[in-house]
Design a protein around this ligand. Structure first.
Ligand SMILES: CC1=C(CCC(=O)O)c2cc3nc(cc4[nH]c(cc5[nH]c(cc1n2)c(C)c5CCC(=O)O)c(CCC(=O)O)c4C)C(CCC(=O)O)=C3C
Ligand SMILES: [Fe+2]
Length: 375
């Protein structure tokens, strides 16, 4: 086996995700897990609970992760990569702490972690690192010898993440009525976060003006828009907009919201819109409710033709990207130089979050970064 196909020092991969309810009885306890200590207004929680109840209390995220696990295992098997893949969540079963305990007891000592969030931000990166630190602290308290966990770098600009989304936009454009297709706008959407969280996202030198969070999304949006122009011969106007705002109304969050944006586009004469959820790795509830239900109803009310393009989900190219990220990091840990695949203007992201990367409002221990209390 050539060096660059060797997973050592890693002996397992952990897929780390958000988790979601699997039935009506799970919805309230799930929301309590998500919002513990986060100061989200009760009204907002009731409203979000309704989104889940509309879908029988089942979030799509768990099945999406099961499909990704299958795709990863298939990809690893096809590439003679003999590495077990586990799954643990922040907010619902299988819980991260339980999975990490199982992994430790199975003898895994060096674990690579893939979070189902592609970009820098407190919610998308440091919060997962805090969850890893919490889980390690629990296992330490139980007297276990701790494994080392390394979080794989951000993959927003990895070709295996970007290319399936380009195909998705091309498919959505082709699905629009021909008379409105050429004039269609592309509305790239991501999760809104407080502007203070956006401004402090990424390493310190990238703070300010939306931080790494906004810059990374703009880079992906531009990449997709350029590739779509190459593919269709039409340069579709595009914008980066936001969705799924929560929090108190007096706190500023990233804007404009997708629904306001659809209204503005309609008012300025745009004939059609493709909504492109670049901020989401798979069809989360935010995609099914906020885009496919709410924003699509808004567009229907306006008489504006819209389509929502596919998320990456379990696309085999994404599974290949995960293998690539893992082998790249493994080589780096062994002191071997590996190619760091990245499209766009920003280059490959760092392996280890530096001190002060995506800071929390209330500092807590976070694993798998330069400020980790663990080895
Ligand atoms: C940046 C970001 C991502 C993308 C990165 C990533 O994927 O990790 C993300 C993902 C997700 N967010 C999710 C669900 C929720 N997020 C909430 C609340 C919040 N999200 C925030 C940010 C993000 N969230 C923020 C700043 C808050 C405010 C409170 C806080 O600062 O923590 C709430 C509380 C109710 C509400 O306020 O909406 C819920 C229920 C689900 C599961 C969906 C499903 O079931 O399919 C997923 C994948
Ligand atoms: Fe969220």
């Amino acid at each position: 086996m050539s060096d660059l196909r060797d997973p050592a020092p890693y002996d397992a991969l952990l897929l780390l995700s958000f988790g979601g309810p699997e039935g009506p009885d799970d919805v309230v306890p799930f929301l309590e897990n998500v919002t513990r200590g986060r100061g989200i207004p009760k009204e907002r929680l009731k409203e979000v609970g309704q989104h889940y109840f509309l879908f029988g209390g089942v979030s799509p995220i768990n099945d999406q992760n099961r499909a990704l696990l299958d795709a990863l295992r298939k990809d690893f098997a096809e590439h003679d990569l003999d590495l077990p893949v586990y799954w643990g969540n922040r907010n619902w079963a299988p819980y991260l702490t339980d999975t990490l305990r199982d992994m430790t007891d199975a003898g895994h000592r060096r674990i690579a972690v893939l979070a189902t969030s592609a970009y820098a931000s407190y919610s998308g990166c440091r919060q997962y690192r805090e969850n890893l630190a919490d889980a390690l602290a629990t296992l330490e308290g139980e007297g276990r010898e701790l494994p080392r966990v390394d979080k794989l770098r951000h993959y927003f600009n990895h070709p295996g993440f970007v290319r399936p989304m380009i195909d998705g936009v091309l498919a959505s454009l082709a699905d629009l009525p021909e008379d409105v297709r050429a004039g269609a706008h592309l509305a790239f959407t991501t999760h809104s976060v407080p502007t203070s969280a956006a401004d402090s996202s990424g390493p310190d030198p990238e703070h300010g003006d939306g931080g790494a969070y906004v810059r990374q999304h703009l880079d992906v949006a531009r990449l997709i828009a350029d590739a779509v122009a190459d593919g269709t011969g039409v340069r579709h106007p595009w914008e980066l907009v936001y969705q799924s705002r929560s929090g108190a109304p007096h706190i500023p969050w990233l804007e404009p919201d997708i629904c306001d944006h659809l209204e503005a586009l309609h008012g300025s004469g745009a004939p059609a819109v493709v909504m492109v959820p670049i901020g989401f790795v798979s069809d989360h509830m935010e995609v099914l409710y906020d885009l496919d239900t709410e924003a699509t109803a808004k567009a229907a009310e306006l008489g504006l033709p819209v389509r929502r393009s596919a998320t990456v989900g379990a696309d085999p190219r994404f599974a290949g990207a995960v293998r690539d990220l893992l082998l790249e990091r493994a080589a780096t840990e062994r002191g071997v130089t590996a190619e760091r695949c990245a499209l766009g203007a920003l280059g490959a992201s760092h392996d280890l979050c530096p001190v002060g990367c995506c800071p929390a409002r209330a500092p807590k221990p976070a694993a798998a970064g330069a400020d980790s209390p663990y080895a």
